[in-house]
Design a protein. Structure first.
Length: 474
């Protein structure tokens, strides 16, 4: 382990790395069930396709994390990206409308787009082009990435991660429908039967958060994981006592055998090239460009922001082994296309493992092994309550705000792009779009204040591409 991951050099231990990997896994395990739900209309397209995407999610994620572990030796974990998977599902539905093909045939045609994107990124990463793009991002924008990600994590934890439904509709969110209500009575009436579940979620979330904070203040190793476990126990007990529901009921009827036959029949190397060509050349180019832009800057933002928080960057804000980390992302996307899922990217939840002490690829390896294990034990991952993971995301988000201390708020060249990113990232839920807005604002300020020469050529190109993305691509 020492020779492979250089644990002593990175100031960590096997135990710390394993705990960090488990922590990251618990914060991102939701993707294992959520991704196939999103890509198949929550099972509406049939159990066979759902099972195929489920296995593809586990396998492609594991492959990407193994590359991250052994090639880059970084604690970053990967899986099919949120936002990108929803966009993929929309693309599939549009292909159905354009071509008249079945959903499955359209799904297999859309996988060709993901394959092309992954191959492009693999080539760009091997040629160091993606690394040069990272280095072209101005320092001020880089400094704002980590705090903006922090706000996005808090928004996920406090906003959408505990969404609850009832006969009155939904989802009901913590900040909007609980804390946003004028009174407890108005919240209760608005949420109907979902109100007790919301109360339990809020109590669980904040108890978990404060357990994490108190343990961290005492220097307890694995504080994030222990806080999540404490929150899980409280939520399970509350479900049994107050909601009169059994949180473990799904385990009784769960299937524990991986559905490899379903994947072989629906998604494994099932590329529909003819259906892909039927989409039309202009649409193909537009879709590939869109997927590339979103994936590239989501990954770059996550790597730069999380690495900055962990102190894994040099004095110029550059991360060692960035090339290898980007290759892991590209390999994961190609593996995802071949097995049957949308774009695989570096997960922002990796920050929770980094905060738990993860500093090497052993963290990513641990998480990758757990993803593979979920082909057999997915039902166990499914009973981890969302409020427990919310507690970890809120805590990590708060800590990532510390990066604001490095921003020169008396310098408008830095302050304006950072401020825009801070508001854009949690609202848009897109790291890439927020970075694009930050780069555009930085470029405009520099050009019209007579400092155009201070902007690199790559920054001009990237800003122009984002302008095209925002205003011309429909």
């Amino acid at each position: 382990m020492e020779k492979i991951f250089k644990l002593k050099e990175n100031g960590t231990t096997v135990r710390t790395e394993i705990v960090a990997g488990l922590t990251t896994f618990m914060t991102m395990a939701y993707i294992i069930a959520l991704n196939p739900n999103l890509l198949t209309g929550f099972g509406a397209e049939g159990a066979n396709l759902w099972n195929g995407v489920f296995l593809a999610t586990c396998i492609a994620s594991a492959i990407a994390m193994f590359v991250m572990a052994f090639a880059a030796n970084k604690p970053f974990c990967l899986a099919p990206g949120m936002g990108l998977n929803s966009f993929f599902a929309i693309v599939v539905a549009n292909i159905v409308g354009i071509t008249g093909m079945s959903y499955l045939a359209s799904f297999q045609a859309a996988l060709v787009i993901i394959l092309i994107e992954g191959v492009i990124f693999l080539i760009l990463s091997l040629l160091n082009v993606r690394e040069k793009i990272v280095n072209a991002i101005p320092l001020g924008v880089r400094l704002g990435i980590a705090p903006a990600i922090g706000l996005m994590l808090m928004n996920i934890g406090l906003g959408s991660n505990a969404g609850i439904y009832s006969e009155n509709g939904g989802p009901f969110f913590v900040m909007r429908d609980f804390f946003g209500a004028l009174t407890a009575d108005s919240a209760s009436k608005a949420m109907g039967s979902g109100y007790p579940a919301m109360v339990l979620s809020v109590v669980t979330m904040f108890i978990g958060l404060f357990v994490i904070v108190l343990l961290a203040k005492k220097g307890v190793k694995g504080a994030v994981l222990l806080g999540m476990l404490a929150a899980s126990v409280i939520h399970w007990a509350g479900s049994l006592i107050f909601l009169q529901t059994n949180p473990f009921a799904s385990l009784a009827t769960a299937s524990w055998l991986p559905p490899f036959k379903d994947m072989a029949e629906t998604t494994l190397f099932k590329f529909n090239f003819q259906g892909f060509l039927d989409i039309g050349l202009f649409t193909i180019i537009t879709l590939v460009l869109t997927f590339c832009m979103i994936d590239m800057f989501d990954t770059i933002g996550t790597l730069v922001g999380t690495a900055s928080r962990a102190g894994m960057v040099d004095k110029d804000g550059n991360m060692p082994n960035m090339k290898e980390a980007l290759i892991a992302d590209a390999v994961g996307t190609v593996a995802g296309a071949c097995t049957g899922t949308s774009t695989v990217t570096t997960f922002v939840e990796s920050a929770s493992g980094v905060e738990a002490g993860g500093r090497t690829g052993l963290t990513a390896l641990t998480c990758g092994i757990l993803f593979l294990a979920c082909t057999f034990i997915a039902p166990i991952a499914a009973i981890i309550p969302a409020p427990a993971t919310s507690a970890a995301l809120i805590y990590v988000g708060v800590l990532m705000l510390q990066g604001l201390k490095n921003v020169k708020f008396d310098d408008l060249d830095q302050m304006v792009p950072v401020a825009l990113m801070l508001i854009a990232m949690p609202i848009s839920s897109s790291i890439g779009h927020a970075i694009g807005l930050g780069l555009i604002s930085y470029t405009v300020i520099k050009v019209f204040s007579g400092k155009a020469k201070e902007v690199s050529v790559l920054t001009y190109i990237i800003s122009a591409l984002f302008l095209i993305k925002f205003f011309l691509i429909v």
